[in-house]
Structure formats: C-alpha cells, structure tokens
Design a protein around this ligand. Structure first.
Ligand code: ADP
Ligand code: MG
Length: 703
C-alpha cells in the first residue's frame, strides 16, 4: 500500500501533463496534485450504451450518440462566421455537423461514406437539427472503449477548452493516473467502519466514481465518498465539542437570586410560553453543570427569544458575573437596549450600550465601569469585540442573529476572559436540522417552537405592478384604522445604485399618494448616519409616521406591534428566508396582519414558486426546507463558510440530510468510546482529520 503523501505529488509528474498544462489546471481548476485531480469528480454521466436514431433527435435532448455516415463536406458563411459543415445520415434521416475551427483536421480524418459514431449535444439552426463540434469515433473502436458504459463528464472552462483540455482529456488523465498508481490507494476510514457500514473501499470508490461500469457501481462509489466527506465534518465538529468539554471548566451559576426573582415576580408582563419555560430549563441546567454552555437558541421571529436572553443574563448577575448581548446592527442593539431597560424598570441593574458610533467619553465610562464591576450588562454591536473592551468577570455572552459567527469567532470571545464565558447564540433564521448540524454542529440546540398566545396568523397576498392602486387603497384603509405600514425595497450589493434609485422613486410615488400633512412618512436605509436612522425609526416607533419606507436594514428583530402591513416591493428578487424574515416584522400584536408581495407581471418559474410557498405557509422551518431544496445550501446566507473549512466535493447538504444524521450518529458513538481517538484502529481518523482541517488553529484556542 502506498502512503497518502504520495497523492501530494505534483500534477506535472503525471504522464500527459507538462509544466504548461499543470499551470493551466492549477489556474483554472485549482488542481495542483495527484489527489486534487483524483478528487475532481464528474458532475454528471452520459449513458453511452444507448444509440439514437436521427429521426428521434431534438434540441431538447442532452448528449446523444448516433451511428451513420458522412455524406460530404461543404463550407458555409464567411468572415468570422465561416464554418465547415457535413451532412450526416442514417436510415431514418439527416442532420448537419458543424465545425467553426479545426476543419482541415476533420476532413483529413473522417472519410465520407464510412460508418462513424457521432456524439454531441443536438441543437437547431434554421429549422435543421445539428451537432456543433461533435466527437467522432470509428465504429470498430467501440469494442475497445474504456470498460465504462457511463461516461463521466467533467466541468471545464473556456480557457481549458481553448487549450484542448476537454472533459474527455480530463477523463484520460485520470485514467492514466490510475494506471500509473499501480498499488492500492490508502484507506482513509478504519476497516471496521468500512465493514460495519457496508461501504466499498476507497481504492475501488475512486476508480468507480470516474469509470463506473453501471449505475449500481456508481451508486456504491458515490455513497462511500459522500459518507466519508460528511463523516469527517461531523467527527471534526464533535471532537471539537468533546475536547472543549474535557478541557474547559465553565463557571457554575449555582443559584437563582434576587435579580431573577425580582424580575420574574414583579416585572414580567406575561406568563412564559411552555416553549420558553422548557428552554429556560435547558439553559439553567447548562449554567449549573460546571461545563461551558455552547447553546444555539432557534425560534421563529416573534417567539420571544429576548426574554429568554434577559432571564439567562439575570442568572449570571445573580452569581456575581457580567453579561453582554451582541447584535448585528445598531438599530437592533438599540432596540434590545430599550426593551431590556424597560423590562428591568425599578430593578437596580446597570446597563450600557456600545456601538461603533459610541462617543469617546461614553467609551471611557464603559471601560471603567466594566473593570470596577459596576456595569452589569453591556449591549452592543461588533464593537464589543474590540480589544480595549475588557470585562472584569464576563460570565455570559448572548449572540443575536449572527449566522456567520462560526466556531473560530466564538472562540475569540473567550480571549476577553481567563475563563470562557457561557455562550448563547440566538437565531430566528430557521435553519433546517441537517444544515444546523453542520453549520452549528458543535452546539447544543434549543428550540422555541411556539408563539406567544393571541397571535393571529399573518395573511399573505400577491399583487403585480399593474394592481398597485388596489394596494394603495388597502393601505389607506389600514391607516384609517390607525395601523402602521412597512414598505420594503430590495437592496442587493451588486446593484446598489440602481436599488437606491428604486427606493427614491418609491418614496416619490408614496409621498404623492399619501401626501402631508394628512400622512407622515419615514425612511430608513443603510446610507444614513446612525443618528438619522434612529430619528426615523423613532418617528415610526412612536406612531407619528404611518408608513416606514426602508431597505432590508429592518430585516431582523425590529419589534413594533402596531405595524400590521408589510409591503415587499420587487418580492421576486428576495430569497425565501429573507421574505420570511421580513414578514415576521408584522403579526406581533393581537390584530390581523398582512404581508403583501409586489412583483412584476412576469415571473420566472422559481420566483413564482417562492411566492406560492410564502402564501401557503407561515412555518419558518417548512420555508427553510423548501429554500434549501430550491437554492441549495451554498446560498443560504453564506452560512456554510462558518461550519466547513472547505468546499464539499460530492455531498450536498440540501439533499443528503439523512446521511448527515446517520454519520453524525456514528461519529458520536466513536467519540463516546474513544474521545481522543487513541485506539490504534482509530489512528487513521486522527491523521485524516489533521490532513483535512487546520487543527492547529482551532486547538490553540482551547489549550
Ligand atoms: P424574537 O424571538 O423575534 O426576538 P421577541 O423577543 O422580540 O421575539 O418577542 C416578540 C414579542 O412577543 C415582544 O413584543 C415580546 O414582548 C412578546 N412576548 C415574548 N414572550 C411573550 C409571552 N410569553 N407572552 C406574550 N408576549 C410575549
Ligand atoms: Mg429578536
């Protein structure tokens, strides 16, 4: 058996790859080593057992192969459009073959009247079916085709194709390499796993993924490779968690004291929902356990996470510690500050707010009172992470609505302390279970799956631009019933200037339809100063403005119970999870709320599906699942970067949910028996983890 390191051999040493090709492969596909090429998996397979008849061909078909004869060559067009063409015929009809370059080589290689196999993607031009740049093969070559009926197709780039590195070339190179590596490729899983879970060996899987003889072989190869990919991600996350528990002590918050009781019995304005009670129990158990809490709190918008955060902080205070909340925007930090100050009215607890725009003077006060312990709760934005923010005894950190806050960033928080504080991550983005297992795989999860009582489900409606007047009428009615309205415009980084134009045009229209002094409008967008933003928000919050026109800055967390209508302009441009987040801004009081999705008259199939889903359900988890299926996980708010340090090569977090659960369970069992992976049969996993992940970086935060 050869060693894994052998696969680190540079690709230049492969037969058929010189320095020039090596550079090209590296630049275009990131392929540097034998391993890179071996793990450059096909994106699809073409069944080359099937032959089509020419009369069956239509441009809708993917790649096809046809047996027939070339009738004769001729040229068409002139200038840059000049091309070589040939009529190609079988007993059922004729198609045209077309070449824009390499004509001389073609006419010299393939003789009219001889039978050939032609392979390519059918198209159509001037009503005639054609194949552009077909692959042509002599019929007697059929027998010696690499013993693979399913032909692997590899992604290539324009530049590669221009340098004659096609999908077929890559297939040949990989074939060469497998021949060149005569010995067996080293196994990356312990053999007891391979046997127990009925996997094929890595060596076989890597051959079959590139050259499957039939669909069954291909399936087995895919299963083995996906298993391995997902298994190591889970093993890595769980090992991180296991080690953290072994090495770190958490502060013990043994008791509930005056702050908590005072609040609970005197200030709490309502009874907790059962879900809130259950989650509080889970958190209290963590806080008293002597282990460091690392918990994710998931709960749909409006489910009452803030209260849970506050009560957890009060327990920290009761045990002599400080606590902080970090929010993603100033608006939200400010809102938390307001809400929590109000909830704590009459209780002697000192709270401060710290954001990027905090003045030097208040920073000084904050610094001092953090160190002399007179400050109990600090609420803010990423400014909390700045080096000069030093707590005397930080016991609990709450991270609100920050999906991108991964393992590494969380670990950075510990450096604020000698000992790690407890950490509670809160999110209203309902992440599908399996995705959460990967992105937040090292966290324990609590879910608030119940809204406070008395909420009326939001009604969602769809209108197109041509029905705008109806919508204005509806808004007018709502305002006459003293309700408030949000109107939101998309803001996408790439087309920011155009988007702001839309916002301005919108503002012009709305202020014409809803003129002062009868109506008062307010506007919030990302280009405003924090002070102006705050003023506009206040205008709306205090009920003076009836309509708030905004970009997506209001997406998360803003809580104004009297706002009952959310109008989303150009709704087709938003993703599902964003639409759901925005809708969650209304429906916070006891009144019927509405979400109005405005779109242009023509919609793409996908956009129409998103609108349909929004109308049919209010369930965030259902929406998240659909989103995952429609878009694939890569897009889901860039969540993935935080969980996985590399691109997945074969598994799909959207589609392989069951397998993720399966391998996670297996990884758990292994770590239960051998937390440090010290048994000789497990050493191979340790080596593989080391190779796959930059362990050094993550471990330094622990030891
Ligand atoms: P989110 O989970 O989106 O952060 P919030 O914490 O902002 O939700 O709560 C949404 C609203 O529900 C707030 O106005 C809050 O006061 C209210 N609320 C929270 N818990 C309860 C409860 N148990 N009963 C009634 N209202 C509640
Ligand atoms: Mg919230």
């Amino acid at each position: 058996m050869i060693k894994q390191e052998f696969l680190d051999t540079e690709i230049t040493y492969l037969q058929g790859v010189g320095p020039k090709r090596a550079e090209l492969l590296n630049k275009e596909l990131g392929i540097l080593t034998f391993r890179d090429l071996l793990y450059y998996f096909p994106f699809k397979y073409i069944d080359r057992t099937r032959f089509y008849k020419i009369e069956e061909l239509d441009p809708e078909l993917p790649f096809v192969q046809v047996k027939g004869i070339i009738k004769g060559y001729y040229t068409e067009g002139h200038g840059p459009g000049k091309r070589l063409a040939a009529d190609f015929q079988d007993e059922t009809g004729t198609i045209k073959l077309v070449w824009f370059k390499g004509g001389k080589w073609i006419t010299g290689s393939f003789t009219p009247g001889v039978e050939y196999i032609v392979f390519g993607k059918p198209g159509v031009f001037n009503g005639i079916v054609n194949i552009i740049h077909p692959e042509i093969e002599a019929v007697d070559k059929l027998a010696e085709r690499i013993n693979s009926a399913l032909q692997a197709q590899y992604n290539t780039t324009e530049r590669l194709k221009n340098q004659f590195v096609t999908s077929k070339t890559l297939s040949k190179l990989i074939g060469n390499m497998l021949k060149q590596i005569k010995v067996k490729l080293p196994e990356t899983l312990p053999s007891y796993l391979v046997t127990r879970y009925k996997l094929i060996e890595l060596h076989e899987a890597l051959h079959k993924i590139h050259f499957p003889a039939n669909p069954d072989e291909l399936e087995k190869a895919r299963r083995r490779l996906k298993f391995e990919e997902l298994f190591y991600i889970q093993l890595n996350l769980l090992r991180f968690k296991t080690n953290r528990n072994l090495k770190l002590k958490g502060f013990v918050f043994a008791s509930v004291g005056d702050n908590f009781n005072n609040f609970y019995y005197n200030n709490l304005p309502f009874t907790l929902t059962n879900a809130q009670k259950r989650v509080m129990k889970e958190i209290r158990k963590d806080l008293g356990s002597g282990k460091q809490m690392n918990r994710l709190l998931q709960g749909d918008v409006g489910s009452g996470k803030t209260l849970v955060a506050l009560m957890s902080m009060l327990i920290a205070l009761d045990n002599g510690y400080q606590a902080c909340i970090m929010a993603p925007t100033e608006i939200l930090a400010n809102q938390h500050y307001q809400t929590i100050s109000k909830l704590l009215a009459g209780i002697d607890i000192k709270i401060h707010m710290l954001t990027g725009s905090s003045k030097k003077s208040s920073r000084k006060i904050i610094s001092e009172s953090l160190l002399d312990k007179s400050l109990n709760i600090l609420i803010g934005t990423h400014a909390l992470l700045e080096e000069n923010v030093q707590f005397a005894n930080l016991g609990l950190v709450i991270i609100d609505e920050q999906h991108r806050f991964g393992v590494a960033q969380r670990a950075r928080l510990w450096q604020k302390n000698l000992n790690p504080p407890h950490i509670l991550v809160m999110t209203a983005t309902p992440i599908p279970r399996t995705l959460a297992m990967t992105v937040y795989g090292d966290l324990d999860v609590s879910v608030i799956d119940e809204l406070p009582p008395g909420r009326v489900p939001i009604k969602t409606m769809h209108f197109t631009d041509s029905e705008r007047n109806k919508v204005f009428g509806f808004i007018r009615n709502q305002i006459s019933e003293k309700r408030q309205i949000y109107i939101v415009y998309p803001l996408i980084k790439e087309s920011e200037t155009m988007d702001y134009k839309d916002l301005e045009d919108g503002w012009d229209t709305i202020s014409r339809v809803f003129p002062a002094p009868k109506y008062c409008l307010s506007i919030v967008h990302g280009k405003m100063t924090p002070q102006n933003k705050e003023m506009s928000m206040k205008l709306f919050k205090d009920g003076i403005a009836q309509i708030l026109i905004a970009t997506t800055v209001i997406e998360v967390g803003v809580d104004i119970p009297n706002a009952t209508v959310m109008v989303i302009e150009s709704a087709e441009r938003f993703g599902l999870s964003q639409l759901h987040q925005l809708r969650g801004r209304v429906g916070r009081g006891a009144d019927q709320s509405y979400c109005i999705l405005m779109t242009s008259d023509k919609l793409s199939k996908e956009a129409a599906r998103r609108i349909e889903v929004m109308i049919s359900t209010n369930d965030g988890f259902e929406i998240a699942e659909t989103d995952l299926q429609l878009r694939g996980p890569g897009d889901i708010e860039g969540t993935l970067q935080s969980g996985i340090p590399f691109d997945l090569k074969i598994a799909d977090l959207g589609k392989d949910g069951q397998l993720i659960e399966y391998v996670r369970h297996i990884a758990e069992e292994i770590l239960n028996l051998d937390p440090l992976l010290e048994n000789s049969q497990n050493l191979v996993m340790r080596a593989e983890l080391k190779r796959l992940f930059n362990q050094k970086q993550s471990w330094s935060n622990i030891s």
